[in-house]
Design a protein around this ligand. Structure first.
Ligand code: GLU
Length: 483
């Protein structure tokens, strides 16, 4: 039975890369009939952020990724928050010390810094030099009991190749000469990430550790720790980096990296997860659109995760999200739009009108706000006119043509076909192309140069409102109507 975990540190928000990791773990559990658990790794007390855990859980829930076990769910392998497991780590580390596999180190931060400086001066790679490794255990014990400040370090063997099979990267070999005697327990009594993760992965019976590539270099430490405890390590799968367009690791400097910000900017949960899932994984075909998380989970295998870094391409994210919004039922979409009307300060129209706008906008909306402020002309008269469009499209004859069309709009039958026939009648009479009037009408009614089909626009805005907007445009835009 497979058991996997997503083990974020509560440092403020869920990173999009974290959501991808969570999704792969979840999908692997679903695909293999296993269990997916959430574990909060909060042992770095200097990086704690108030409310971060709740935020993580909420972001995962929004994305549709529910853990089978976790702090909010319970389960038989709890507690699932590391700061509630301190006694467990203590017990484990004590055992390693008693067996001579780990040892107390009394080096002060100043001492370590001095050591580092000397090594740098001597052009050596800075590393812990093992100065307390061979201290007499009895003396060490005495100093610990006397309350002297210390950390506990793992005895890492020298000059050994640690070789393991990574499901994604194949055979990986790292020599222990590049690995310091790892700190397992800090002087504040909290375990380091390495100790806590290894102990928990074992006690929580994790079979596969699926995590970001940045943890690859920690894996030999984890394998050595497992060996020290006499445990079999889990299988490892390290996910490829997510990079920006410059091929650098995606970071805060690249703008939005939090799941929340994508949610707030109007991406659907399924659109975002569908996009993230494809950053480093494909089912082996060209398929890019997945209707649901379950559909992806069914196609998911660890073996199809790629080694190569994946570029976070916002245009692609928009395109995938577009495909999801395009098929979302109008009722569902209308409900999702509510907060965006509030945010834009626009009145939410009747269901009937909103559903009609949705159908008209489906082929051009990438994110939720594209149905709201992106087409605010459906909900309110323009308060300005796009300058570029005015320059390009508003000609000397525009006022007269518009006025002639306005006259027909007063009485004509209000359907899209008639709206078009009447427009053509005006331009034929004036012996000019239809475009000569189409653009000024659009500008007058919407204030901008692009958007959905003109007759859709007019039809939905309605007769009275169209007439009034045309009047305003005739007043505000240059030129006089010369009858
Ligand atoms: N707490 C680590 C993180 O924040 C988890 C690393 C792991 O999955 O082992 O990414």
């Amino acid at each position: 039975m497979t058991r996997v975990r997503f083990a974020p540190s509560p440092t403020g928000y869920l990173h999009v890369g974290g959501l991808r990791t969570a999704f792969y773990n979840w999908a692997f559990a679903r695909a293999t009939g296993g269990t997916f658990l959430l574990r909060i790794e909060d042992t770095d007390r200097s990086r704690l952020v108030e409310g971060a855990m709740e935020n993580l859980i909420e972001s995962l829930r929004w994305a549709g990724i529910e853990a089978d076990e976790g702090p909010h769910k319970g389960g038989e392998h709890g507690p699932y928050v590391q700061s509630e497991r301190l006694a467990i780590y203590r017990e484990h580390v004590d055992k390693l010390v008693a067996e001579g596999k780990a040892y107390p180190c009394f080096a002060t931060p100043e001492e370590l810094e001095e050591m580092r400086q000397k090594q740098i001066e001597a052009k050596e790679n800075p590393r812990y030099d093992g100065r307390y490794r061979n201290l007499d255990p009895a003396e060490a014990k005495q100093r610990v009991e006397a309350g002297e400040k210390h950390v506990i370090r793992l005895k890492v063997p020298a000059g050994e190749d640690i070789v393991f099979d990574d499901v994604v990267r194949g055979t990986v070999s790292i020599n222990t000469d590049t690995v310091d005697d790892q700190v397992l327990m800090k002087s504040d009594g909290f375990p380091t990430y390495h100790l806590a993760a290894v102990v928990d992965d074992h006690l929580m019976e994790i079979t596969h550790v699926i995590r970001g590539e940045e943890w690859l270099s920690s894996t030999p430490k984890h394998i050595l720790l497992n060996r020290a405890f006499g445990w079999n390590p889990p299988k490892y799968a390290h996910l490829p980096l997510i990079v920006n367009e410059q091929k650098k690791k995606l970071s805060k400097r690249d703008g939005d990296v939090s799941v929340e910000s994508y949610r707030d900017n109007g991406f659907s949960a399924i659109g975002l997860v569908n996009f993230l899932a494809l950053l480093g994984w494909s089912a082996g075909d060209d398929k890019e659109y997945y209707e649901s998380l379950d559909e992806m989970a069914q196609a998911f295998t660890l073996e199809r995760i790629s080694k190569a870094p994946s570029v976070f391409d916002v245009a692609k994210l928009k395109h995938i999200n577009f495909q999801h919004l395009r098929v979302m039922p109008a009722e569902e979409l209308a409900e999702k739009l509510t907060p965006y009307f509030e945010k834009a300060g626009l009145p939410k129209p009747s269901d009937e009108k909103l559903h009609a706008v949705i159908e008209v906008m489906r082929e051009r909306a990438n994110v939720y706000p594209d149905y709201v402020e992106g087409c605010d002309y459906f909900y309110k008269a323009p308060d300005s006119y796009d300058e570029k469009t005015v320059k390009k499209r508003w000609k000397d004859d525009s006022p007269a043509l518009l006025a002639a069309y306005r006259k027909r709009l007063e009485t004509c039958h209000w359907d899209m076909e008639t709206l078009e026939t009447e427009l053509k009648a005006v331009t034929e009479e004036a012996e000019c192309g239809a475009g000569r009037l189409i653009h000024p009408v659009r500008l007058a009614v919407s204030g901008v140069g692009g958007g959905p089909g003109l007759y859709d626009l007019l039809y939905l805005v309605g007769r009275e409102e169209c007439l009034s907007r045309i009047d305003t445009a005739l007043e505000k835009l240059p030129g006089q109507v010369t009858a």
